[in-house]
Design a protein around this ligand. Sequence first.
Ligand SMILES: *Cc1c(COP(=O)(O)O)cnc(C)c1O
Length: 370
Amino acid sequence: MDLIPANPLNRLNFSGGPGVLPESVLQQVQEAIIAVPGVGLSILGISHRSDWFAAVVAELEANILSLMGLDTNYRVLFLQGGATQQFSMLPMSLLAGAERPADYLHTGYWSGKALPEARRVGPVRVAWSGESCGFAQLPGDAELDLQPDAPYLHYVSNETVEGLQFHRVLGGDRVPRICDMSSDFLSAPGDFKRFSLIYAHAQKNIGPAGVTVVVHRKDLFAAAPDNLPGFLDYRAQGAAHSILNTPPVFAIYVVLLISRWLRDEIGGLAAMDRINRRKAELLYGALDDSDGFYHGRAASGDRSLMNVAFNLPTPALEHEFVSAALAAGFSGLAGHRSIGGIRASLYNGLQLPAVEQLAGFMADFSAAHR
Ligand SMILES: *Cc1c(COP(=O)(O)O)cnc(C)c1O
């Protein structure tokens, strides 16, 4: 089959999400839109009740557990409603009717979105808030006011908007640890066994919008209420292997291709991490070597390897930076609408040469405008 050549602009896509996907995967997706190899049908028209799709789900469940180093004490689900639905679905199972509050960290934009949703369902305590420091840094362990008997601890591993990332696992091992990893999922190895539940939508690091991966300990929902809507009950979704109703077949298939790419082309999460670190070092180096022209938002110890958020001396210069970058082929560099500034997202699918090019562009821009 003749494939359209890769689009060079994709290589310079620094979008915060949906994020850039690897070209080799896009080529396979393009082929699958017409006919999935070995099946002959378009991926957009294959029944979710087919044996083929059951095998896709089974392979992807296994690939994710294997990449994360988890055993079959964990279940993998492919759900809809984005990470936002998890903000509600989780407390509906673990917090409804609770006497003690769950501990939530408020470290930035996205953890702030999870809070009011949990409060609608049950009691919540904010165990640390970065509001007074303008979400420019994350807490040290001694600053966390965690309760030993909380129903669970919820935090966001990588604050996508502010560019803040925890480089350690938080909390004690007696309280179930729940983490929104939407923007750094499968970007690096981790001690994932210490988490009771991890959720991540696909569209930042591992696929297109439309599917959210949930990885949870099988015993986590033993005491969940019996009157949940079936669609919002993790146990029902698990028993159906994520095919309770029509799932997003296309999005799940793309995540499968990404999981194979991570394993076979990249060589696993440790290899992915080495690449991601080189990208981040290069870009933070461009900030640090600019004599203050580019000012990073995040405290240096909390810098995200995925989202590099920074400011220029004035908003007018930031505006000019984004336009000039666009004219030079770079896209997705405007900061999140809630805080402005510039944000370069360095998700798994973005390659090192793109970051080298951006660093070069930044050096030229600062030399011309300082
Ligand atoms: C983007 C993002 C979300 C929002 O996800 P939706 O799929 O749009 O609901 C939630 N959490 C984090 C950490 C994010 O980066």
